[in-house]
Design a protein around this ligand. Sequence first.
Ligand code: SF4
Length: 376
Amino acid sequence: MEMTGLQIFKYLPGAKKTEKANCKECGCPTCMAYALKLAKQNIELSKCPYINDELKEKYLHSIKHPQKTIEIKGLKIGGENVLHRHEKTFLNRTTLAIIIDCTNPDYQHIIKRINEFEIKGVNELFHIDLIILKNFNNNKPLVSNVPFITFEEFENYKFIKIYDKDFNQTKTQLIEIRKKAILEKDEKYSDPVCVFMNKQDDTYSSCAKASYYICKYANMIVFENFDEAMFSTIVRLRENIYTDPQKPLQVESNLYEFNNPDKNSIVFLTTNFALTFFAVANELENLPVPSFLIVIPAEGMSVLTAWSAEKFTAQIVANTLKNLDIRNRLNTRTIIIPGLLSHTIEELTEAVPDFKFVVGTNEASAIKDFVKNLQL
Ligand code: SF4
């Protein structure tokens, strides 16, 4: 674990109230300021000439990177710093790779299926990360959008390899290796971990096991079978584990269309918090009438949070309408705002006088009934 500013401060002259306390030789106004900077690694240890050996050793150990990073074809594998995602974040998604044996007469077809596999995320499209080719004949050119390497090339990378035979055994190994790497910073366990799935497992079993290994703590998983349904499941799971818990999931600020609207269709407005967006979008998709949804950039905050943090203001709404060129793109001049923001109507009308704002529902699930009774 990295040291906090307070932990560092305890060792400094400022805390010990010795002669050099707050001497400013490091360029900081106080020892505490230096400690806080050092904790964030924004200043060098050597800037303070009065650091004792104990602090030096503890600090250098605390900033030592616990797990190495391997880079294959632009994919970063490993490099994790924490045991649990909520402590900070996981950095590099578990790489999902598939081994293809080119002596298999069907191998080109499998590669084609892998290339066609695509999962739509919140703001991203996901694919299989890597293909590893066994018995690859260089004379036969391979067309693939998914990056690929030969098995021989892959063997040159230094992973801790686990060949999955028994679930409990693999699980225990993964947890122990990660603990040794992160908590003890033990060099012997600092290489990223690659699990080779058992080819004999059926799809359900592979899916369940791989799901666990993604959570704890495989840096890479290599499969010998490709099944679209299984990968749809584990890619989705992986995306939930590898989001940054400190950053709310957000969608792009934009004008979204539902059921082929024309310029006169009804228009809703909300913030760019992903959960809010998908809740509203789901309702709009299922309405019997076409509609638009204007999404305000609110740093991924939900409606009321955005308002209280001043990320949903009349000015931001006015700017968004301008940036999205709503006046030219739509004839509709009425915008339905979330019910929770009813108190902003006056402000909105003042900032955007050529639009009429109508208070919608507090909950997305009530939109259907609201639209039935809507008279604009
Ligand atoms: Fe404190 Fe900075 Fe002086 Fe060191 S150099 S004793 S940290 S003020």
